[in-house]
Design a protein around this ligand. Structure first.
Ligand code: FCB
Length: 472
């Protein structure tokens, strides 16, 4: 089947994050991150799982690149562990840590795999949390930019795709609102402050990149958000759903594009929401070269008078099947979200920097997992991308989450997202059915996914499901 729905230079990749795969948390001068501290605190992660040994990738990286090659990946998104490179978070650089990433990048390039590097995927050096309170401190953006500079100096000659910070919303929601993620704080005001400094940190790191002699690639902020369907066709619910989207995706996408928070957040949050200085706002505006979107699920929102600042109530529509995380599977929401983002943040190409499913994998005696459920999830989400592309959304690449089963933060090892199985005891890797299937998808530039999808790529077929949102 001829496939014109993904352009010939569409980038097919997979993603991971340092803390979730590297292990070697005390080796070669690495210092603890807030996630090491969090995992070591009883009751914080399922079964007390920690970053040790995770996937032992720090030692097994060569074999892992071989596996990437077997799957046929064209691109790989990894993150750099700040406490491995700068154990105290500032000041001295740890050469052994930096060397590790240098070798990894060379290895990827030798294998013909384009690296995308995330500078911060949640593993803040614990020293910065203890000594200055972490992201709530106003000096953090400058310290982050100093760290970013060290990484650019070493890697920017070869790395052309960058992400400053992964999912700032999760850093705040998990780290500061409900406290289920490191550093485990529960204080909304501090959360908005931490979020503010994460946004400023992004801008400062982008400024350094663009000023760098090797800063010729593309840099962005990786955002996670949902599409919010109105719970009914009343105008109140439609307005609530729109507010919900601004309060989630808009919170961290408006500032780096427009230079300030969405107006509705300013109106409703009042002095909970810090102000950007004129200088910071200027740095922020246009600070994303592309939109980096991590998509997993969508929700339903109703107008809830008096509930919180936003007066919204989110729920999951029971009509949808769920992944092992309990997240509803909504490819239609992915399609709607891409269109929503494209109309609000115009002119930016889009890369899907994470998308995937935790499934109840059942390895056979040989360790092979026939994960048809994950394949179905991926196929439908790729179809949603094709549909969005057809409606003018310039999606240029896709990174499946994740390359291999890994440490799913507070869920520990209990949730498996990989297209490659990683046995936590033996560390044996086995490509799952989804990994073999993904190789076919890459070889066929998306066509096998569209053939397999049950979510129809012609938006007209899905329209009935989304009537209430049609004009948004
Ligand atoms: C995202 C994170 C990623 C992974 C997936 C399942 O929020 O960025 O590290 O845990 O969820």
């Amino acid at each position: 089947m001829a496939n014109t729905q993904f352009p010939s230079d569409f980038l097919w990749g997979a993603a991971t994050a340092a803390f979730q795969i590297e292990g070697a948390t005390t080796r070669d001068g690495r210092a603890p991150s807030i996630w090491d501290v969090f995992c070591a605190t009883p009751g914080k992660t399922k079964r007390g799982d920690t970053g040790e040994p995770a996937c032992d990738h720090y030692r097994r990286w060569k074999g892992d690149i071989e596996l990437m090659r077997e799957v046929g990946l064209q691109a790989y998104r990894l993150s750099v562990s700040w406490p491995r490179v700068m154990p105290s978070g500032r000041g001295d650089v740890n050469p052994a840590g930096l060397d590790f990433y240098d070798r990894l990048i060379d290895g990827l390039i030798d294998a013909g795999i384009a690296p995308m590097v995330t500078l911060y995927h949640w593993d803040l050096p614990a020293a910065l949390q203890m000594e200055m309170g972490g992201w709530i401190h106003p000096d953090m953006p400058k310290l982050f930019a100093d760290y970013a500079q060290v990484i650019y100096d070493r890697l920017a000659d070869r790395v052309k795709m960058w992400i400053t910070i992964n999912e700032p919303w999760c850093c705040v929601d998990g780290g500061y609102f409900h406290g289920g993620h490191a550093p485990g704080i529960r204080d909304r005001r501090l959360g908005y402050l931490a979020g503010h400094n994460l946004i400023r940190a992004h801008a400062y790191a982008v400024q350094r990149y663009r000023a760098h002699e090797n800063g010729k690639g593309k840099i962005s902020f990786a955002l996670n958000t949902t599409f919010s369907y109105p719970a009914s066709d009343t105008p109140e619910d439609a307005a609530a759903a729109e507010r919900a989207m601004l309060d989630f995706g808009g919170w961290f996408t408006d500032p780096p594009h427009f230079g300030d928070y969405p107006a509705v957040m300013r109106e409703r949050l009042g002095d909970m929401l810090p102000e950007f200085s004129a200088q910071d706002a200027a740095l922020l505006r246009g600070s994303m070269d592309y939109l980096a979107l991590n998509y997993y699920l969508s929700d339903t929102v109703r107008h809830a008078p008096g509930v919180g600042h936003m007066e919204i109530e989110r729920s999951f529509d029971p009509a949808y099947e769920k992944t092992q995380m309990g997240w509803p599977i909504v490819p239609d929401g992915f399609f709607r979200l891409l269109k929503w983002l494209n109309s609000r943040y115009q002119g930016l190409p889009v890369y899907i920097t994470e998308n995937g499913a935790a499934c109840d994998d059942k390895p056979d005696a040989g360790g092979f997992v026939d994960d048809q459920d994950r394949i179905a999830y991926l196929a439908d989400h790729l179809a949603a991308i094709a549909a969005a592309r057809r409606e003018g959304v310039d999606v240029r690449g896709y990174y499946v989450w994740s390359l291999m089963d890994n440490l799913e933060w507070s869920e520990g090892l209990s949730k498996r997202f990989g297209i490659i199985r990683c046995d936590p005891q033996s560390q044996e890797r086995t490509i799952k059915a989804s990994g073999h299937w993904y190789r076919e998808v890459i070889n066929g530039n998306g066509a096998p996914a569209l053939a397999r999808a049950t979510w129809k790529t012609d938006p007209a077929d899905n329209r009935a499901k989304a009537l209430a949102t049609e004009d948004r």
